[in-house]
Design a protein around this ligand. Structure first.
Ligand code: AMP
Length: 268
């Protein structure tokens, strides 16, 4: 496994690799990340994983500081997986020129509505990374569905890399794995698991429910009564257009909520 710490190392190492799979991460790796890496290894000749806690996508400085970092552990996981390359750039390697990303008004929904500048930062870093890595395929998680949707649309005509959606990996209690779960207290973890199970049940039952919007409003109230929970949004949207819908067909439930100060997102 080659560890690449700057753009020069990267260019040298990736010269002549055509069938390259790329898994972008912010580190603190868990089984969700591992599933993306395994898929890349299966579909591509060589795999590169990046670890970069991207400052521009954090709308809250404290959130950036609090974000878990476990580089030593990450490297040992990646070594065991026999990953070919790990890219751990510095800020100056990525942000070597200035520019401003804008997302359209119609996209300012869900997390884009509540985390000002977040997706502009995500899109910015993803375009910069994909242009220097030039992978054949980029593997991203369904867990961050809106991120995947926006990045895919934005990069469509800008790079040749194909974005591959990988399914969400959950723990045995149905909670989606996330690096942020590391910051949850035990009792909050149990509440997060309760919310996930509850929404999986709701999604399975949507067919029989007539007034889905009413049910969703009641769910928000129910969840907000749980200790430390503050729901930011809970919405049913079409999974292709991300437009609001009351129709189960091609829909997904999207949630973002705070548990104490930790913000969790998921979709079902
Ligand atoms: P992050 O390190 O949180 O930026 O995530 C890096 C990539 O891993 C993103 O494409 C995420 O969508 C994906 N990912 C995060 N959690 C999961 C999960 N539980 N299952 C599958 N993919 C995930």
């Amino acid at each position: 496994m080659k560890i690449l710490l700057n753009k020069n190392d990267l260019n040298e190492a990736l010269n002549d690799i055509s069938n390259l799979g790329f898994v972008p991460t912010m580190g603190s790796l868990h089984t969700g990340h591992v599933s993306l890496i395994k898929r890349s290894k299966k579909e591509c000749k060589k795999t590169i994983v990046s670890i970069f806690v991207n400052p521009t996508q954090f709308n809250d400085k404290k959130d950036y500081t609090r974000y878990p970092r476990n580089e030593k552990r990450d490297l040992s996981i990646l070594k065991k997986l026999n990953v070919d390359f790990v890219f751990i750039p510095k800020k100056k390697d990525i942000y070597d020129f200035k520019r401003k990303i804008k997302i359209s008004k119609k996209d300012k929904i869900l997390c884009a509505k509540y985390r000002k500048g977040h997706f502009e930062g995500v899109i910015d870093v993803m375009e910069r990374l994909s242009k220097i890595i030039k992978a054949k395929k980029i593997f991203m998680g369904e867990k961050d569905f809106q991120q995947l949707h926006l990045v895919k649309n934005y990069l469509k005509n800008k790079t040749k890399s194909k974005i591959i959606m990988c399914k969400t990996i959950r723990d045995k209690y149905k909670l989606a794995l996330s690096s942020r779960n590391l910051n949850l207290k035990k009792e909050d973890l149990n509440i997060a698991r309760f919310i996930s199970k509850n929404l999986i049940n709701l999604k399975n039952k949507i067919n029989q429910k007539k007034d889905i919007q009413n049910i969703i409003s009641l769910k928000i109230k129910e969840f907000n009564k749980l200790k430390n929970v503050n729901v930011e949004y809970l919405e049913l949207r079409n999974k292709f257009t991300l437009k609001k819908t009351s129709n189960k067909r091609n829909s997904k439930i999207f949630i973002a909520y705070y548990l104490n100060k930790i913000r969790l997102i998921d979709n079902f």
